[in-house]
Write a protein that binds this ligand. Structure first.
Ligand code: ADP
Length: 314
């Protein structure tokens, strides 16, 4: 049976309840919410009932416990998550500007999630998985990147598959060694899930169609492009499939791409056809933006089915 693995940061997120320019004055905050792109991704996989695990590190504090409790409740194997007593769980504070863009204050690099030493537990979890999902943020911290690369080698070495969501926030793009790591990962990728224009970070092609054709020719099996409120597209050797956006009220866009990815990968590893995986992932991304809090918008199969049937009859 398929089992999905990811490696990376497990955080809490604290969200300002008012829009504004930033965090320069006192304001009402809400949270903590469980968060971290890989954690949201794997929570979505778990909620859909697909066996899955995450490797990461939390502090021996309430923020770490909050995450472990949520992930466990949603079916994620957290036996490889290290609890670093005496350290602090990573955090992100987010405030929305009037135009909808976000201002983040992160505590990641110097928190428990900033590193991930090798452990026997972690290795056992890697050996138990058949699919690895890697995100750009996991490749941007030296300690984490080493573990992510090890997980890719173990899972692929055992005959498993790899999906890759670049998820490249501007502040990590200049990380030394990141470019090489991204290229090394892409060369082994079976399923590539970039957002918007991210595909152009991996090719010199001028148009999206040329970029897709080039990456398919370079051996990437399938490509899914996430387009925010414009839906998503899937490409493979057989052609192109589109998912039109589902009309929803956007409350909080954080986590939409991770929920989309978790749903797509969950269907994909279980052998669903691309159109079904894409439709369910599109619904997962749409549902995610309707909930305040990054991991609060992960969906069950029943919730996706209900949104899909409502959108078909709308
Ligand atoms: P990322 O967070 O990786 O940039 P996107 O913002 O592109 O990801 O969102 C992922 C997917 O979620 C989109 O491709 C789409 O399917 C869905 N989605 C995101 N925002 C909306 C929205 N406002 N309305 C409907 N669907 C959305």
């Amino acid at each position: 049976m398929a089992k999905v693995l990811t490696v990376g940061e497990i955080l809490v997120e604290i969200v300002a309840t008012t829009k504004g320019s930033g965090f320069l004055e006192a304001q009402p905050l809400i949270g903590p919410f469980p968060s971290g792109a890989p954690a949201i991704f794997i929570d979505q996989v778990g909620k859909l009932g697909t066996p899955c695990a995450i490797l990461g590190r939390v502090g021996g504090d309430d923020f770490g416990q909050l995450n472990l409790d949520r992930l466990r409740a949603d079916g994620v194997d957290v036996s490889g998550v290290e609890i670093a007593h005496g350290e602090t769980t990573g955090s992100a504070f987010v405030r929305y500007r009037e135009d909808g863009s976000r201002v983040f204050v992160f505590n990641i690099a110097n928190a428990a999630c900033g590193t991930l030493p090798a452990t026997p537990n972690g290795r056992a979890v890697m050996e138990s998985c058949t699919h690895m999902h890697v995100m750009g943020t996991a490749l941007s911290a030296p300690g984490l990147a080493e573990r992510a690369m090890e997980a890719i080698a173990v899972v692929k070495g055992n005959g498993g598959t790899l999906s890759f969501d670049p998820n490249l926030r501007p502040e990590i793009l200049g990380t030394p060694g990141l470019r090489e790591a991204l290229d090394e990962v892409l060369a082994q990728t079976d399923l590539f899930l970039p957002s918007g224009d991210e595909i152009f970070l991996f090719t010199k092609a001028r148009t999206e169609a040329e970029a897709v054709a080039e990456l398919l020719a370079r051996g990437v099996g399938e490509i899914v492009i996430k387009r925010g409120a414009e839906g998503a597209s899937h490409f493979n050797a057989a052609g192109r499939t589109e998912a039109a956006p589902i009309a929803v009220e956007e409350i909080d866009p954080t986590g939409a791409g991770d929920c989309f990815g978790g749903a797509f990968v969950s269907f994909w590893v279980n052998g669903a056809d691309p159109a079904s995986a894409l439709a369910h992932a599109n619904a997962a991304g749409a549902r995610a933006v309707t909930q305040l809090g990054p991991m609060e918008g992960t969906s069950t199969l029943a919730e996706l089915a209900s949104l899909l049937s409502a959108s078909e009859t709308a």
